[in-house]
Design a protein around this ligand. Structure first.
Ligand code: B1M
Length: 228
């Protein structure tokens, strides 16, 4: 008979490994508990995020690619990851300073992946930006309406599929067509993208991860303000 494992009894290293297993198994409550234990032990939110959650999701991604895990299981892993992220959100998004700029961000049409986009939104808030999150599966009309309504400095787009990443160009081309392209800094990100792709579609920059998104946003806003 299996005795229930008390996560608190594990040392940091074993707890992180256990969390990778729990993420793989889609165990939401255990992931929330493990996240809280690491925070209580003095781990920074970034360290918990990268070493326990993102690293665990990378293992899930490999087995998903190799046909060992399927959509329902990966959805459970994603939900477990979100339970951990909920606890990190207040820490990552606390900046306490006047917003230095505004960003509208959304995952493009046809794409429902939102974990990375949510992380970018949290880290941007933590970096002092106001963020308007459009969620997933956004057609060009949604981006245009949000840009019109919120008048941000930055448009951020996320895509996780090779089949949906070209849609970013549809959005940028529409901005050009309407003479609006230069009104916004356009940042793009998502696992299948790279710098050449961002250049080819006419974005201002590709952001490898959420931390790079914050740095890039700050740098490009400063340059734009200096030039104005
Ligand atoms: Co999807 N999926 N998925 N999936 N899924 C991938 C992306 C895949 C690489 C898995 C694989 O085969 N190894 C593969 C894509 C292959 C390809 O196109 N080349 C894939 C596939 C094929 C699919 C389906 C087609 C599967 C199917 O139905 N047969 C399907 C498509 C659904 C759709 O969108 N229409 C599908 C579905 C799903 C789930 C619903 C089950 C679930 C999503 C749940 C959710 O998001 N709520 C899911 C998941 C979880 C994944 C993996 C395993 C993990 C993605 C993730 O959350 N990573 C993924 C494998 C992988 O990427 N390793 C996979 C963690 C996250 C923190 O990283 O999203 O890269 P990431 O975000 C980073 C950076 O990329 C960057 O910063 C983030 C934080 O550091 N970033 C930005 C992201 N967006 C940014 C925007 C910016 C800046 C930076 O704007 C400024």
């Amino acid at each position: 008979m299996d005795a229930e494992l008390d996560l608190k009894t594990l040392n940091d290293e074993d707890l992180v490994l256990q969390m990778h297993d729990d993420l793989y198994d889609g165990l939401k409550e255990e992931i929330a508990e493990g996240t809280q234990i690491l925070l209580d032990r003095g781990w920074s939110a970034e360290k918990v995020l990268n070493e326990a959650l993102v690293a665990g999701m990378t293992i899930v991604g490999i087995d998903f690619r190799d046909g060992i895990l399927f959509v329902p299981e990966v959805l459970m892993s994603a939900n477990a990851m979100k339970a951990g992220m909920e606890l990190l959100k207040p820490i990552l998004s606390a900046s306490g300073v006047e917003p230095i700029g505004k960003m509208v961000i959304g995952t493009v049409k046809g794409d429902i992946h939102d974990i990375g986009k949510n992380l970018v939104a949290m880290m941007m808030e933590g970096g002092g930006f106001e963020v308007v999150d459009l969620g997933i599966n956004n057609p060009v009309e949604d981006y245009l309406a949000a840009l019109e309504e919120h008048k941000p400095n930055i448009l951020g787009m996320s895509a996780l599929l090779t089949t949906t990443m070209p849609y970013m160009k549809v959005v940028i081309d529409e901005l050009k067509e309407r003479g609006l392209r230069d009104d916004f800094i356009v940042l793009v990100g998502g696992a299948p993208l790279n710098e050449e792709f961002a250049d080819a579609i006419g974005a201002d920059a590709y952001c490898r991860d959420a931390a790079v998104a914050v740095e890039t946003a700050k740098a490009l806003i400063a340059t734009k303000r200096a030039a104005a």
